[in-house]
Ligand binder design. Structure first.
Ligand code: DGT
Ligand code: CA
Ligand code: CA
Ligand code: ZN
Length: 571
């Protein structure tokens, strides 16, 4: 048992005593003891064996005796007895911020509530405010704090995790005692959402790395600190794991901790057939245990006659088979992107002018953008009236006269209504350079209805792109159901592109749908749906997801120059 384990038990005892409304002094005593153990510089087991427990501040005869029992037997009778007296869910209840033991006991005694789920339900049904001594304010806080608690358990958006990790990696690499440092896990594979942030470093002085990591300026809590692995909470509330290995094991460790687990399991099977063994420590001859390498990832992959896969592909979704058959895609890169086809301005619900968007686009090295403000039927998003769109067309025409190596396309993001119809009449649409359409409401329709609705838009000759096709919002709204094979077939036939929307909480189409779309012959636009000029940078995440979807430059229409793009639009 570690100091931390013991401290946790002591604090649970304090919680239980609070729920049982025991003596204030006893509760404080257990809290104090827990905090002493939390920061104790030596191993509690040693202290106990040497009979020095009572020498520690805040540890009296009673607690010392119970600790000794716990450290010797792994159990503490007193703790077990307390737990018997309190329904299990109550301990969970008092973890909700602002809900003290007193309130927990009150709701338990009055309403029989002993779990977070029951509590949330009762609060939503306004049962809490009726309990004597609680009231409406308490009820509101309960709902708010439960929501917050759930949010903390959500997966992190890639665009949230990535900058945090890069900041740490950059600092680590500057340290003389760090040989290399890199992201690992789902973050290195650039999944849309990340469970926890995994980092890996190599060093000959691992303890220095651990010390440095724990003391970085944005660390708000050190959850665990070991000789080669630590976990901290970043000021953004996110947990970050860092492991350190020796430089000669860096490659095998990086391969292992990048995963995915499925990918690595598949590799291990292949290694076994070749009489080899791989682990985080290296690649070995199975019979003799002789180490064959592990300093770089290539040591592992090359012994299996495999290339070092781009991390985005390491999901065991056919990449290993494709590599043996020489069929791996040459993945698209950020440099291939030449323009953004989904950009809003302040004329609808964006923040900036066309000029602002253009100037940022030029900084990114683009040669075009398409201004696609919302259209008239989407009033909530400031959709442009016919007259406003006419003005937009005129203004952009003027602007293009002043531009030399840059082209602003005029477009619109039409709203596909419940019947599959869109804004404006087709003579006006025909005057636009590039037309997008998307579903913004009516998500509760059946799969059949939604599919037909979208098909109608796809078959509309004026429409070139379907934006955020499944309407999924990460951590908030699941994708609606579509008959994707039917949709993709129609899109390929009509040369209607599908969007990979790069906005961090969308990243829609997701990787497996992109692959299916590509297989069906559908072209993809990686756009940002920028509502201010900084959003144009989100394309980075879009490209990452495109890579996870095995997309190549040729599959993506905004890697083309503007002439080729407009030729595609003409269908
Ligand atoms: P996440 O955090 O849920 O987004 O997903 P990952 O992929 O980052 O998974 P995580 O954090 O549990 O573990 C990091 C990596 O460590 C994982 O990608 C592969 C490796 N790993 C973890 N558990 C196992 C295992 O049981 N077997 C193998 N081969 N690798 C594992
Ligand atoms: Ca992870
Ligand atoms: Ca992890
Ligand atoms: Zn949009």
């Amino acid at each position: 048992m570690t100091n931390k384990d013991v401290a946790y038990i002591l604090s649970q005892i304090a919680d239980l005593l609070e729920i049982l409304q025991e003596s204030r002094f006893r509760i404080i005593a257990y809290r104090k003891a827990a905090s002493v153990l939390e920061s104790l510089p030596e191993d509690i087991n040693d202290v106990s064996e040497q009979g020095r427990l009572q020498e520690l501040p805040g540890i009296g005869a009673h607690i010392a005796e119970r600790l000794e029992e716990l450290l010797k037997t792994g159990r503490m009778k007193y703790f077990e007895e307390l737990k018997q007296k309190v329904p299990g869910g109550l301990l969970e209840l008092i973890k909700i911020r602002g809900l003290g033991p007193k309130t927990a006991v009150t709701v338990y005694e009055n309403l029989g509530i002993a779990s977070v789920g029951q509590l949330e339900k009762a609060a939503k049904e306004h049962k809490i405010r009726e309990v004597k001594g609680l009231g409406a304010k308490v009820e509101e806080n309960i709902i708010k704090n439960i929501k917050e608690m759930e949010k903390r358990e959500e997966r992190i958006l890639l665009a949230e995790a990535y900058p945090i990790a890069q900041e740490i990696i950059k600092e680590l690499r500057k340290q003389p005692f760090v040989v290399s440092a890199e992201t690992a896990g789902s973050l290195r594979r650039m999944r849309r959402t990340i469970g926890d942030i995994d980092l890996l470093a190599s060093s000959n002085e691992p303890e220095k790395v651990m010390d440095f990591f724990a003391m970085m300026s944005f660390v708000v809590e050190v959850e665990a600190k070991g000789k080669t692995k630590s976990t901290i909470t970043h000021q953004d509330g996110r947990k970050v794991d860092l492991r350190v290995v020796s430089p000669d094991q860096y490659g095998s460790a990086l391969q292992y901790f990048t995963g995915s687990k499925q990918h690595s399991i598949h590799l291990r099977g292949i290694a076994k057939d070749k009489g080899l063994k791989i682990s985080e420590y290296g690649i070995f001859e199975a019979a003799t245990e002789k180490r064959l390498g592990g300093k770089i990832e290539e040591d592992i992959y090359s012994k299996l006659n495999l290339p070092v896969f781009p991390p985005e592909l390491r999901e065991d979704k056919g990449e290993i088979e494709a590599a043996y058959e020489g069929d791996l895609p040459k993945l698209i890169t950020l440099k291939d992107i030449k323009g953004d086809l989904h950009v809003h301005t302040k004329k609808s619900d964006g923040l900036n002018s066309v000029e602002d968007m253009v100037s940022k686009a030029k900084q990114l090295g683009y040669s075009y953008i398409c201004v696609s403000d919302h259209a008239k039927n989407l009033k909530v998003a400031g959709g442009l009236t016919v007259k406003e769109l006419e003005t937009q067309i005129k203004n952009i025409k003027e602007l293009n006269k002043r531009e030399k190596n840059f082209r602003v396309l005029v477009g619109a993001e039409l709203n596909i209504d419940n019947d599959g119809n869109v804004d404006y009449d087709s003579s006006l649409l025909a005057r636009l350079d590039f037309v997008s359409a998307s579903i913004h409401a009516g998500f509760n329709q059946s799969k059949k209805q939604l599919t037909e609705r979208m098909l109608k838009a796809i078959e509309n000759p004026n429409i070139n792109l379907i934006c955020h096709p499944t309407a999924e919002i990460l951590n908030q709204r699941p994708p609606y159901e579509l008959d994707l094979p039917v949709i993709f077939k129609a899109a390929a036939e009509t040369k209607t592109a599908m969007e990979l929307n790069s906005f961090p909480n969308r990243l829609d189409l997701r990787a497996d749908y992109l692959r299916a779309a590509k297989k069906a012959g559908v072209k993809i636009a990686i756009s940002t749906d920028a509502h201010n000029y900084n959003h144009l940078e989100y394309v980075f995440y879009g490209v990452a997801i495109a890579r996870r979807g095995w997309l190549e430059k040729k599959d993506v229409i905004n890697t083309w120059g503007v002439e080729k793009l407009l030729k595609f639009v003409k269908k």
